[in-house]
Every structure is written in structure tokens, then in C-alpha cells.
Design a protein around this ligand. Structure first.
Ligand SMILES: Cc1cc2nc3c(=O)[nH]c(=O)nc-3n(C[C@H](O)[C@H](O)[C@H](O)COP(=O)(O)OP(=O)(O)OC[C@H]3O[C@@H](n4cnc5c(N)ncnc54)[C@H](O)[C@@H]3O)c2cc1C
Length: 411
């Protein structure tokens, strides 16, 4: 196939898909399919929830990021026909055909079959999810009478976060700070109750001791209630039932957020390619799908051998893979040798409430408000395109990144 006329179809416009498209610009006829009209810098979704950042900072529209030669198709991929080299997109009559396919559709929330979880708990993966959660917190606050006793405030503001990984910690500390600030501003009596639930015997398993110290301190200061060795037996519209030591306790809740792991989408589950035990598409060291020279996969949906467990399923891995993927797509089209790469950990950064963070960089751990600034700086550098980085960096520098309080609805 002639490189300049080759049809390159990228499915998914997140860390893997968008950055591949950016690197590939000019390499062929490129089409990117996404069910959203924007990229999302997910590591800062917590700051969007708290209003520390705005949607345009972390969720820029593809049209602002991609050159005109990358055609963006907005829609949900319906099916992938590997033999016919065609992909259908919901709401679009004609399938999209390709010479080279890039699979970058990420993963989705895993509810592990827990009764009521998918129906009643809130996911936290998109701008819409964060808007929904923020609204749920505001509505819960609005229901509290100004003269209500402390116990009523606690009951009305009981939120549970299921999953004690980094997401659970970041979300629970952020929510606790936001709710406590709103209670104070509204001169209510009492405190919110924010619970984090984890099956393992400790939160953030795999995290180094240096960062862990900051995590534990932040959870304590935010007065987040930690339930380890606890599983969720069921969730209903207004409650969650926890099981610890075979004893079940039902807790009335204003909201439950589910961040307890990911799984592959049905589309990838049904795709006839080699996968590992968790359903991830197995890729060669070149990111080519095993047995399919013209199909590449990367990000949360791809299993690349020998990646350290702490790097697997992260934005930093998807980002590094995107550069290799684009390079190898070009090499394939030009008849050049395809390469591989050793992916490295670029450091860790956790948001811990609205005023603190913890950052691990070059072996050094930093905590507190300075780490929060460092995290913002670190993430500015990883936003897509120079133009967007400069606009966002200037906005954070000149306009600040203070959280937006949970005002009464209709305020
Ligand atoms: C709240 C949150 C916080 C996180 N924080 C961090 C962090 O601090 N550090 C870190 O390294 N990682 C973090 N991660 C993980 C990181 O975001 C993922 O590892 C990374 O986004 C994976 O990139 P990806 O391209 O595989 O998938 P994604 O970035 O999720 O992109 C997938 C894209 O495909 C689209 N898509 C999916 N299905 C379809 C379909 N059928 N049709 C069309 N489009 C589709 C999606 O809308 C999305 O645009 C976080 C994740 C979440 C949810």
C-alpha cells in the first residue's frame, strides 16, 4: 500500500488514540473515531469535580488539538470486521474501511457482578460522571435544614467510595474536603461522612512507603472512614451493604461511587484476537496485535509483556506507547523495520484533597501544598499540544486553581 494514501483508522481518542493521531499527522489518510467530542486528561478529573480546573483545561475538543488532515468521526464503534477490514459506527450507515487499524478504546468500569452496583452506583470516568457526582453532593447538601442537628448532617452527607486504589483515595479526600467546606459555608452543624471500602487489607497496594505516609495522613486529616478487608454485598438506590468478617452492615447513603477496577468493553471481548486472562489484547513488542500485522493495540486494552505492574493500566504507559505506535505504523507503511521500546515509570502524583498532593519524582517524595503545585506543573507538561499547554498553563498561573464551592443549586 502507498503510505500517503493508506487509510489509518484509530478507534478511541484517549491517551493512546489521541497521541497516536497527533504523532501520525501527515502520514496517511487518518480517521479517529471517538464516542466523545473531546479528549479527557483523566488524572485531573478529581480537580474538575472540585472546580479547581475547568472542562476546557482537561477536556479540550479534538478540533482544537488535531490538524485538519485528521478526520474525526464522533460515534460509538459498533462492530469490527477483521476479515473485511471494516468498522461500523453507531448512527452511521457506511462502515469505515482501513489499511491499518489502531485499537485504543481503553477500558470500562468493572462492577464484578455485585448486586445493584451497575444500576445504583456512580462511575467516575468522564466529565458527565463528575458533573453527576457534583450534582449529587449539592443535592444532598440542599436537603439539610439550616437548624438540623449534627447527626442529620452526617446521615444526609454519607457517601461511600468503593475501591481503595489511587482513584478511591484521590476521590474520597477530594469529596471530604469539598463537603466539609460546604458544611462550613452554609453554617450547618455536624460533619460529612465519607467512607472508602477496600477488599484487600490495605489501601493502594503496591504503593511505596514514602507516598503511603502522605496518603495515610491525608485520609486522617480529611476524616475519611477506611474499611479494609471489606466487600460490598449489594447496593441499592439509597444504601450500601458492607461485609466484614462475614458480618453484614447496611449503611444509608446519599451516593456511592464505584472505582473498584476496570474490565474490557463487550466490543473487545467479542473481538477474535488473542487475549490474556483479563481479556486484554495481546500485542507483540512492536504493539502489533499477535497474528495481525496491520492492527496495533495500546493503552488500557492492550497487554504488552514485561511492563511493571504499577505501570500497567496507566495514562503514562498509554502515552509512551502512543509514540511507539505512531512510529511503527509509519514504519509499516514505508516498509521500514518496526521497533520496540522499554517503557519506564515517569513518577507518581496523587491529589490528596483540595489543598494537598503527594508526588514521587526521580526517587524523591514530596507532600503538601507544594506537591499540589508540582502536580499541576507536571500535568501541564503532559497535556496534548504546545498550544493547549500554553493556554492552560497561563490560565492556571494567572487565574489560579482555587476550588469552586458546592453552591446551592440554582444559586
Ligand atoms: C478518574 C481516573 C483517574 C486516573 N488517574 C490516573 C493518573 O493519575 N495517572 C495515570 O497514569 N493514569 C490514571 N488513570 C488511568 C488512565 O486514565 C488510563 O490508563 C488511560 O486513560 C488509558 O488510555 P487509553 O487510551 O487506553 O484509554 P482512554 O484514555 O480511556 O481512552 C479511550 C477512548 O476511547 C473512547 N471509546 C471507548 N469505547 C468506545 C467506542 N465503542 N466507540 C468510540 N469510542 C470509544 C473513550 O471515550 C475514550 O475517549 C486514571 C483513570 C481514571 C478513570
Amino acid at each position: 500500500m502507498a503510505a500517503k494514501n493508506a487509510k489509518i483508522l484509530i478507534l478511541g481518542g484517549g491517551f493512546g488514540g489521541l497521541f497516536t493521531a497527533l504523532d501520525l499527522s501527515g502520514a496517511g489518510e487518518i480517521t479517529l473515531v471517538s464516542d466523545e467530542d473531546h479528549f479527557l486528561f483523566k488524572p485531573m478529573l478529581y480537580e474538575y469535580l472540585s472546580g479547581e480546573v475547568e472542562a476546557w483545561h482537561i477536556a479540550p475538543n479534538y478540533s482544537e488539538l488535531l490538524d485538519k488532515d485528521v478526520h474525526v468521526v464522533r460515534g460509538k464503534v459498533g462492530s469490527i470486521d477483521l476479515n473485511g477490514r471494516a468498522v461500523t459506527v453507531e448512527g452511521r450507515r457506511d462502515p469505515l474501511t482501513y489499511d491499518v487499524l489502531v485499537l485504543a478504546m481503553g477500558a470500562t468500569t468493572n462492577y464484578w457482578g455485585v448486586e445493584g452496583a451497575e444500576e445504583f452506583t456512580l462511575p467516575f470516568r468522564s466529565i458527565a460522571d463528575a458533573n453527576h457526582l457534583r450534582r449529587r453532593m449539592t443535592e444532598a447538601l440542599d436537603r439539610i435544614q439550616p437548624d438540623a442537628p449534627p447527626q442529620d448532617t452526617r446521615n444526609a452527607l454519607t457517601f461511600a467510595i468503593v475501591g481503595g486504589g489511587a482513584s478511591g483515595v484521590e476521590l474520597s479526600t477530594k469529596m471530604a474536603d469539598l463537603l466539609r467546606d460546604a458544611v462550613k459555608r452554609r453554617a450547618l452543624k455536624g460533619e460529612p461522612r465519607v467512607i472508602i471500602v477496600e477488599m484487600a487489607d490495605r489501601l493502594v497496594p503496591g504503593m511505596g512507603e514514602g507516598l503511603r505516609e502522605h496518603v495515610e495522613k491525608a485520609l486522617q486529616e480529611a476524616r475519611v472512614e477506611v474499611h479494609t478487608q471489606t466487600r460490598v454485598a449489594r447496593a441499592t438506590e439509597h444504601s450500601i451493604t458492607l461485609e466484614h468478617n462475614r458480618e453484614q452492615t447496611e449503611i444509608a447513603t446519599a451516593g456511592v461511587v464505584w472505582v473498584a477496577g476496570v474490565r474490557m468493553t463487550r466490543l473487545i471481548e467479542n473481538l477474535d484476537v488473542e487475549k490474556d486472562k483479563r481479556g486484554l489484547v495481546i500485542v507483540e513488542p512492536t504493539l502489533q496485535v499477535r497474528g495481525h500485522e496491520n492492527i496495533f493495540a495500546l493503552g488500557d486494552g492492550a497487554q504488552f509483556a514485561n511492563v511493571p505492574p504499577t505501570l500497567a493500566g496507566t495514562a503514562q504507559l498509554a502515552l509512551q506507547e502512543s509514540h511507539l505506535c505512531a512510529r511503527n505504523v509509519k514504519a509499516l507503511l514505508n516498509g521500514n523495520e518496526l521497533k520496540t521500546k522499554h517503557f519506564v515509570e515517569l513518577g507518581e502524583a496523587l491529589s490528596l484533597g483540595t489543598e494537598h498532593a503527594a508526588v514521587l519524582s526521580a526517587g524523591q517524595v514530596m507532600g503538601g501544598p507544594l506537591a499540589r503545585q508540582a502536580r499541576f506543573a507536571m500535568y501541564t507538561a503532559r497535556l496534548p499540544t504546545w498550544h493547549h499547554r500554553l493556554r492552560v498553563g497561563a490560565s492556571w498561573f494567572f487565574e489560579g486553581t482555587a476550588p469552586r464551592p458546592l453552591q446551592p443549586l440554582g444559586f
